[in-house]
Design a protein. Structure first.
Length: 318
């Protein structure tokens, strides 16, 4: 019997009779359930070499969207800026070096993940956090034999424990970005809908092809496999001419790479979500909820993920 426990939104449970909720987030009421099917073991890096693309925001919100549907999710913060760690409820200053990927690089052992609860009585998903000391990994990774593949090797066992592992990569080209990009099955690439964003995309495509070539040559990836799983346009403002031009360019790019929904520029709820350390869905209006649902559905469709089999637990969390 599969004893993996997940916190799932009541929206995705048909019969909630007899089950005590474990808390609320926004309009979501969460219940504890047991997974009754195998976990999927998908590993993807949310990767962009350009700052301002909304990379960490996308990682947070995609993790939440998958977790609220009953998928078992692990998030790995591979960015020394540690914004994602902070937004998920942890103070990076209080995080020890041994709790970050620096432990992997220095000791070749993954740290135990921390629970992300957002105030619920049970974890919603798990986190390997980051802090500024993680930048030291940029020095150590190149000196290690097969250093760029350390994370890939150590995630083999974790594939059996999670449906989805999302890695938040640093917004620059370096050893940590390579470690993240080469760790799994491919990339999710957020692209700011601006002149800067579309110009940066051409470089991102070239670099992603180099990553794919490396994985193919080592037998980790089929030559026919799509390495860029989704392009996600972010910070889209349909009122500006440059965003309209970027929209046209990205729509054309969607004939080459899978293209997700355009995520609209909404500084109010996104900034509040950062400050309050909650997923943006908990603060969203109907239009933003629709965008987040479209993001989740595009991801599920691209990955061919079917709804998890859930057995609702009729007990309270201790």
């Amino acid at each position: 019997m599969n004893e993996v426990m997940v916190a799932v939104s009541g929206e995705f449970i048909e019969d909630k009779a007899g089950a005590e909720p474990i808390g609320r987030l926004g309009k979501d009421t969460f219940h504890l359930a047991r997974r009754a099917d195998p976990l999927r073991g998908l590993v993807l890096a949310v990767w962009s070499h350009a700052g301002g693309s909304g990379k960490s925001t996308l990682t947070r919100d995609l993790a939440y969207e998958m977790a609220r549907r009953g998928y078992k999710v692990l998030v790995i913060d591979a960015d020394p800026q540690a914004n994602l760690t902070s937004w998920l409820g942890y103070n990076p200053v209080e995080i020890q070096k041994e709790q970050t990927l620096l432990r992997l690089v220095q000791e070749e052992s993954l740290p135990d993940p921390l629970p992300v609860t957002f105030g619920l009585e049970a974890p919603l998903f798990d986190l390997v956090p980051a802090n500024t000391y993680l930048a030291l990994a940029e020095i150590h990774i190149p000196s290690k034999p097969s250093g760029m593949f350390l994370l890939r090797g150590h995630l083999r066992a974790h594939r059996e424990r999670y449906d989805l592992i999302l890695i938040d990569s640093p917004p620059y080209l370096g050893a940590l970005a390579g470690l993240a990009a080469l760790a799994g099955d491919g990339l999710i690439v957020p692209v700011e809908t601006s002149v800067k964003g579309t110009q940066a995309l051409s470089v991102a495509v070239d670099v992603s092809l180099e990553y794919k070539r490396t994985l193919v040559n080592l037998g980790f990836l089929s030559p026919k496999a799509e390495y860029v799983h989704l392009l996600i346009p972010t910070r889209y403002d349909p009122r500006t001419s440059q965003d309209k031009e970027a929209h046209a360019a990205l729509t054309e790019m969607g004939t080459v790479f899978p293209l997700g929904p355009f995520m609209t520029y909404r500084p109010g709820p996104y900034k509040t979500a950062m400050t309050e350390r909650v997923p943006v869905r908990t603060l969203a209006d109907a239009r933003l909820v629709a965008e987040l649902d479209a993001l989740a559905e595009a991801f599920l469709s691209r990955e061919g993920l079917t709804p998890p089999a859930l057995v609702l637990l009729e007990r309270e969390v201790a």
